[in-house]
Write a new protein. Structure first.
Lengths: 357, 506
């Protein structure tokens, strides 16, 4: 087998194992024996259909936000605002769905909502790209701060125009079944959105590596000066890239509102932006790798929840974040370890060759 | 026998993927000038950077007067009396000459007057004429180099390593530098000269160390060798120079490119280019000679569309293209090889195929059902690899894995094809070895014979003389004149490059 692929599989596996073991040790500090806890959690995941479905359910929005970060990253841009773009998508999804439900057939409604969430997230992205292209604004900061603006807007709307009819909580009315994304598997919460996410990931891969536009985006990302000299307008590319990046995050609003929550509440999925960023790095910004990395994070999420709900043992719910954090750190370390391994291998090869001469 | 001043024994250095040096051993005596000769990428700079403490050798030892020394940083090297003048100077442009020279070697309150006096004395000792109070940014490149040398002398360097010192100098300035080297070594100091120019080597060196592909392949006394032997050692084979077919120039051909009174100027600054007018006919190579940094790069950018003109117009085949974008000019048949290929012409982490379509990514010829037609692109790249004898594993190889000469050939192949009408070449052979230079010269002459117009910018006079039909000399953004191929001599062009007006007008 190719040494590079072998390294990749082995180091990633070790990194995940190390992350889990270290989280287990933290449990020991809480005077909880981690072995039965992990064993129980893993058995449930494998045997319980509903729980297994949840792994993919949780992975779905992560695929979108990770793609969002990865896509901009290919143009050497940093979109830290996937969370905000996701919220914008969610606002549009709930507002449009509430208006249209019952009036148009479900499939039409879903397609309209899907398209509009893309546009909503995309416009936020394009605005950041515009500021970057024309005023050389730091897209890192602007995109990060844009999340707070959208968050404030969402909170405002939840208290005013979108507030539920009962008027008790800052949340919207629930959607009727007409506006739900159809289920994928009976007996689970898993919906068709997961398939959409995978198709979008493949689409992003094709766009990036097989089309002239993707080629130009990567060219600008790898060497903006050479691209500019070759007649590729980098400013335009910045705006296009940020539009697509934002649109990808916006799509998560569609799958989460119409597929899972069926309403919009405060502090909705607050961690998927930053988790997506980590997943994108974990997958080395490769769209296909992102699918698998997202499923891994979905699984960690579910394991954490299971452990938190386990009867008899008092595992704190925050153990999820801890586990994800540890795995992330080890995976990133493994990335550097891999490049060290490869360098050493190349060097040895040379030394051997030189001696052999 | 007396131990040599410095000696390297079996020094090896491996970078990931390349052997930079393998078993390099040579020595340098007191008062000796050693030339380190080799093509680019032969490992000359690397071995010197090891001696100067910038790199750490993977194997081998360094001895000073018979005693082993560990040199871990330039600071250690300086303590032993070694100083290195890098190809790119390490001066602070906004500071004065004196400030630059004393940089890092003064503490507490600085007595500027005393420092100035020391620097002045030092300069006089070697016959340097340097304004000690001037800002470095105001000085010519040749003078900046002298400042670098003074910096080394100020630290009492006994061994001066110079990396391609004449690359940025006019012929006259180079001569002065050689004089200094002779002067300096007379006092018992030593000089190591990194170069790939045979002429300099024969002129100044006592001993010549030749390197090829990271290995030492010759250690010769300069009196016992000649240029032909050195060239063979350096390249490993004989070189047949590209033949320039004599054409009868009387026959008038149509003008392809016409440049009319170009001015490029930022508000409130001196013009970068002024009053530039010329035309290039079909089947003609128009050369622009000059010391680098006199507006050549800007002129190429103006014609290629990367830089806007303040005034003036550019016509291609009688069509005004002054306002057109880079993309539109490429479509009109303009090929451009910029001077900095790493920055402006190539994407190192992309494949050769991808690099081949860099300039034509908007062109429909690469599209099939909305996707990139990879089969067609690969076939096109494969043909370029064969036609230009590019040493590469295939169209899917990454550009960064190729040697500089082969990267340049990829760019040339692309631009020759893009430039159906006009080919702009800015220093197309800079940093390349003789074999690759030869290949590129042959290719350029072939394109000329096919009837293309070529604009060739070069600081290498031999290149200008070998290839060009007409030659313009550029100095401080303006032309010193346009001459026919046979109207100029090395001496005359040297004076023009330095800004002296033509003889007869003086």
């Amino acid at each position: 087998m190719n040494a590079k692929i072998r390294d990749m599989i082995v180091t990633n596996f070790l990194a995940i194992a190390a992350g889990l073991i270290l989280s287990g040790l933290m449990l020991l500090l809480l005077k909880i024996n981690p072995i039965p806890v992990f064993k129980e959690a893993l058995t449930t995941i494998i045997t319980d259909k509903y729980t297994l479905g949840d792994v993919f359910l949780k992975a779905t929005p992560l695929i979108f936000t990770a793609l969002s970060f990865a896509f901009a990253f290919k143009a050497n841009l940093f979109n830290i605002g996937a969370q905000g773009q996701f919220y914008m998508g969610s606002i549009v999804a709930i507002a449009v769905s509430l208006q249209l439900q019952g009036k148009v057939p479900t499939i039409v409604l879903l397609m309209i909502v899907f398209a509009l969430t893309m546009v909503a997230g995309g416009l936020i992205g394009a605005f950041i790209g515009f500021l970057k292209a024309h005023y050389n604004a730091n897209e890192f900061l602007v995109s990060m701060m844009s999340t707070y603006v959208v968050l404030a807007l969402m909170n405002y709307l939840l208290r005013t125009f979108l507030k539920e009819s009962k008027g008790e909580y800052p949340q919207t009315d629930a959607l009727t079944r007409d506006a739900w994304i159809p289920n994928l598997l009976d007996g689970t919460r898993l919906h068709v959105g997961f398939i959409v996410a995978i198709l979008v990931a493949i689409g992003v891969w094709i766009l990036l590596y097989k089309t002239p536009l993707g080629y130009r985006i990567r060219a600008v990302g790898s060497n903006a000066s050479a691209a500019e000299m070759s007649g590729i307008p980098s400013k335009k590319i910045y705006i296009i890239t940020f539009f697509i990046s934002g649109a990808l995050a916006g799509m998560a609003g569609f799958t989460e509102v119409n597929g899972v929550q069926h309403m919009l509440i405060q502090d909705f999925n607050s961690g998927i932006g930053s988790a997506g960023l980590g997943i994108a790095i974990l997958a080395n910004a490769n769209p296909i790798g992102i699918i698998f990395a997202s499923i891994l994070f979905g699984a960690l999420n579910v394991i954490g929840n299971l452990m938190g709900r386990m009867p008899g043992v008092n595992v704190p719910a925050s153990i999820v974040d801890l586990m994800q954090g540890f795995v992330m750190i080890f995976v990133i370390v493994s990335y550097f370890f891999r490049s060290y391994l490869e360098n050493r291998r190349e060097k040895l090869k040379l030394q051997k060759k030189a001696v052999g001469e | 026998m007396e131990a040599p001043y410095f000696e390297l024994r079996n020094v090896s250095k491996y970078f990931a993927r390349v052997v930079a040096n393998k078993d390099i051993s040579f020595s340098i005596g007191h008062g000796e000038v050693v030339a380190l000769l080799g093509e680019n990428g032969a490992g000359k700079s690397t071995v010197m950077k090891i001696l100067y403490g910038l790199y750490k050798a993977d194997e081998g030892q360094i001895f000073m007067e018979g005693k082993e020394q560990k040199i871990n940083s330039p600071k250690d090297a300086m303590a032993l009396g070694i100083s290195m003048i890098q190809q790119h100077f390490s001066l602070v442009p906004a500071h004065t000459v004196t400030e630059n020279i004393i940089l890092g070697n003064v503490h507490g309150k600085i007595d500027y007057e005393a420092c100035k006096k020391t620097v002045k004395n030092l300069a006089q000792q070697y016959g340097f004429d340097i304004p000690v109070d001037a800002k470095v940014s105001d000085l010519a490149v040749g003078v900046q180099q002298k400042v670098e040398i003074l910096k080394a002398l100020y630290l009492d360097a006994k061994l001066l390593i110079m990396d391609e010192p004449t690359a940025v100098l006019t012929p006259q300035e180079s001569e002065k530098l050689m004089e200094f080297v002779k002067n300096y070594t007379k006092k018992g100091n030593s000089v190591i000269f990194i170069t790939h120019k045979l002429k300099e080597v024969m002129e100044v060196a006592d001993r010549i160390v030749v390197m090829r592909n990271g290995i030492l392949c010759g250690n010769l006394n300069s009196k016992e060798t000649n240029e032909i032997e050195l060239a063979r050692k350096m390249i490993g084979k004989d070189i047949v120079p590209a033949e320039r077919k004599k054409e009868d120039t009387k026959q008038e051909k149509e003008v392809k490119l016409k440049v009319n009174r170009i001015l490029v100027q930022k508000k409130g600054e001196l013009p970068i280019l002024h009053d530039i007018s010329f035309d290039i006919k079909a089947g003609e190579i128009f050369g622009i000679a000059g010391v680098s940094g006199n507006g050549q790069d800007e002129l190429c950018e103006v014609i290629s569309g990367a830089r806007k003109v303040t005034e003036g117009e550019i016509l291609l085949n009688d069509e005004d293209i002054t306002k057109l974008s880079i993309q539109e000019r490429i479509e009109k048949g303009m090929g451009y090889v910029p001077v900095d290929r790493h920055r402006d012409a190539m994407i190192m982490n992309m494949t050769l195929s991808e690099n081949m379509m860099l300039k034509t990514s908007f062109n429909k010829k690469w599209k099939k059902h909305g996707l990139i037609d990879k089969t067609k692109l690969d076939a096109y790249t494969k043909k370029a690899i064969e036609d230009y004898m590019i040493k590469a594993p295939g169209p899917d190889a990454e550009a960064k894995g190729l040697s500089g000469g082969n990267q340049q050939k990829v760019i040339l192949a692309r631009e020759v094809d893009n430039g159906k009408e006009l080919l702009i070449l800015n220093q197309p052979t800079r940093g390349l070895d003789l074999g690759a230079i030869n290949n590129i010269h042959t290719a350029v002459l072939e394109e000329r014979n096919k009837g293309k117009s070529v604009l060739l910018v070069s600081t290498e006079l031999t290149e200008i003389f070998d290839l060009c039909d007409r030659i313009a000399v550029i100095y401080k953004g303006g032309f010193m004149g346009i001459y026919n191929h046979d109207e100029l001599t090395t001496g005359k062009i040297g004076l023009l490059m330095a800004g002296y007006v033509r003889e007869g007008e003086v």
